[in-house]
Write a protein that binds this ligand. Sequence first.
Ligand code: NAD
Length: 435
Amino acid sequence: MATTAQASQASKPIVSANGGGSPPNPFEIAQRQLDEAAAVLKLDPAIHELLRWPIRELHVTLPVKMDDGTTKIFHGFRVQYNDARGPTKGGIRFHPQETIDTVRALAAWMTWKTAVVDIPLGGGKGGIVCNPKEMSNGELERLSRAYIRQVGRILGLEKDVPAPDVYTTPQIMAWMADEFSFLKGYNEFGVITGKPLALGGSAGRNDATARGGIFTLREAAKVLNFPIKGAPMAVQGFGNAGQYAALLGEELLGCKLVAASDSRGGVYNPAGIDPHALIQHKEKTGSVIGYPGTKEISNEELLELDVPVLIPAALENVITAGNAGRIKARIVAELANGPTTPEADKILHERGVYVIPDFLCNAGGVTVSYFEMVQNAYDYYWDVEMVHERLDKKMTAAFHTVHQAAQQHGVHNRLAAYLVAVSRVAEAVQLRGWV
Ligand code: NAD
């Protein structure tokens, strides 16, 4: 296991995964966001330094037999960022552009996310560099099992509990839970969340990220006195989180979907798009593109549409200093992780755009994952109404804590969310006597 001992190298600049060019290194962004919070909190320098780095990380190399008889070597990571408040928790991504710094950033954000919604967990993340779109089911299963055979040694109910993320599914979680159970010699399904219901998954997990985000959008509209019913909404990234956001935005708040996009581009109709029909169209054709009655737009154009509710639900760094001045939304609800750069945050704040920051807005997923862990531990399962009610309570409380911190300190919402989360993690670090 490679344990990072990076505190001593803290002043070293981080080399960007792409050699320093654009796009920005997400881990560098995560560290800068923490630095800003540490300055406002006047955080103890040793605690600050500790929180700038992952506590532990594992790099693995995975040989996998492919369908054509060859063996392909894949690279994967698991980062356990901070476990002061409880076992680390965070998804596993399968992505061709995955890098250790992306995983580190996401693990840091998981640490702040579990703290901001006040669940007794730390933050972690995993990833495998691969293109699942070009792999068969059999190849994906062998890759998933190979990952657990290597990473399983640092996982466990009391240590680190993964979940699905970009391009990983409940089926992949089921293979991983199965492989882990074989390693242990008994069933320990609670080691992974986001499993299918038949293997101890939680009711309400599928749409939990989006539902939690929609609850925070509802609360934002309340504090802003913004008429959310009938408000046009644009969703960038029409995947798991984005599709449910479109459905629930309409069902729970009466918003009107007018634009949506995926990796191939976007569609726009100011008169409204039926999210159910758009999902069916994407399932049939593989993309939102070509949906009847819509105009084709680019992902960049979608972000700058004159719509009051913008939901980035794709990848990192899409709202930057370059386009933040042209964002016309009143509320940006960040379901994606890291969609806004620190420079863009300031511009949006100055222009009065109300941002619900990623690790608050998309914390519904990890909150219901935590509910899944609790249900697995008791082997007693809740109905979906109870999951929704408890999720609503957690998200609403977290939203108002962050909103009040923003008012109190006169800072933008992301910094406010950091102030809440970092002080909770710092308190745990201090109480445990680490610093
Ligand atoms: P997903 O794989 O289901 O969907 C991602 C979508 O984004 C796909 O429709 C894809 O076509 C689209 N996309 C990819 N590249 C794009 C690009 N350059 N421009 C526009 N669209 C693009 O993934 P997901 O689970 O919905 O996750 C989306 C985001 O939400 C990620 O940032 C993820 O980390 C975050 N998130 C997801 C969850 C969850 O529970 N699913 C929880 C927390 C955060």
